[in-house]
Design a binder for this molecule. Sequence first.
Ligand SMILES: Cc1cc2nc3c(=O)[nH]c(=O)nc-3n(C[C@H](O)[C@H](O)[C@H](O)COP(=O)(O)OP(=O)(O)OC[C@H]3O[C@@H](n4cnc5c(N)ncnc54)[C@H](O)[C@@H]3O)c2cc1C
Length: 394
Amino acid sequence: MANLLILGAGYGGIAAAKALEKAGQPFTLINKHEYHYFTTLLHEPAGGRNKFEEYSVPLRDVLRQPTSEIVKARVTELKPQGNTIVTDRGELAYDYLVIALGNAPEYFGIPGMQEHALVLRSLDTARQLHEHIEKTFAAWQEDHDDTRLCIVVGGAGLTGIELCGELADWMPELAAQYALPLEKIQLINLEAAPTILPMLEEDLRAEALRVLESKGVQLRTGTAIVKVNRNQVELKTRETIDAQTIIWTGGVRANPLIEQAGFEVDPKGRAKVNEFCQSVDFANVFVIGDSAWFTGADGKPLPPTGQAAEQMGDAVAQNITAQLQSYPMRPFRYNNLGTLASLGAEVGVGSVKGVRTKGVSAALMKEGSKAKYLWHLGGLRMISQKRGQFKRKG
Ligand SMILES: Cc1cc2nc3c(=O)[nH]c(=O)nc-3n(C[C@H](O)[C@H](O)[C@H](O)COP(=O)(O)OP(=O)(O)OC[C@H]3O[C@@H](n4cnc5c(N)ncnc54)[C@H](O)[C@@H]3O)c2cc1C
């Protein structure tokens, strides 16, 4: 029996594991937590929309077949030359490996960013961000400080914009809770590129801008951060902004374990894969999601998205099963379903399968996509288990 390891239980790893379960193919899934969390929704609990517990699900509730083994361990090294991986619980050998270890923040060498900025990339970092903001408000109340409370979000891609929408909704609540005049709070988004949400069409971007500005967010495009100090960002314009909270959402690169293991990588540290999502360096290693450098039909690398990770997970499960049963593998074809950006709990903007949407209908579509994902994870059982979800916490 072939020994198959999947590393990482995010969107890609879970999709691969579920498809392998369906195919009756045994595997071991290694993940640093015993749960799967909903990364694409992390801005919601970070911004106080719902409780954190509602954004994760135990791995055993998703993978219920006795053929699947789940190991809680942190992968510390990949050794593809020897067909082994090292974890904090020991070394493991494999015949086939699926690497789905996600991403790490890309700081672009901006001095001080890594040291002083918070990030939003896991349940733990979302919680840290939420608690940090609450602390700054509590400290203000204690000291009756006369300064403004400022939150700076660097990056106006999907993560930065969705987070701004959520934080904007949360600010009036926090202001009331800590008896702070709302006009003392500043929420600023800084983006070096000329536009926000570059994946959306011009008029949808304009709509996102309009909605966020109406919620009090100051959006500044073409504004590069060049240095971060404790509680301060320095801009290319030589301006400085004092902020008690600085959050970086400006970019991601692959999990650093990949580059360290000697895979051929792109400038973002992603392992080069062929049309089967198979490493070009090691035929028994498949790399998916944010860690993979896959060239799409347009000749460009696929962007790091949850939908690409899920589709790749399905594809590699089928390709590994094909190899084990001596069938030919099938090339992976990415099907871009579009993008939906929430701008707070009640409105959004985006385009799905060519249908453009904005306002409440976009927010409703986003809710629908959450339910669809829960259905994929565990059918009606999972939907009813999480049915308290998406109601604002009381
Ligand atoms: C706020 C936010 C909103 C987003 N919105 C969207 C959206 O609307 N649509 C969209 O398509 N994409 C969206 N994305 C991007 C999407 O979340 C990622 O592209 C997707 O999660 C990548 O999937 P993955 O399987 O490659 O990695 P992940 O989902 O990040 O999974 C990686 C897994 O590996 C585990 N892991 C990491 N290192 C180790 C280690 N050393 N040992 C053991 N386990 C480890 C992690 O705990 C995690 O479980 C959003 C991202 C964020 C942060």
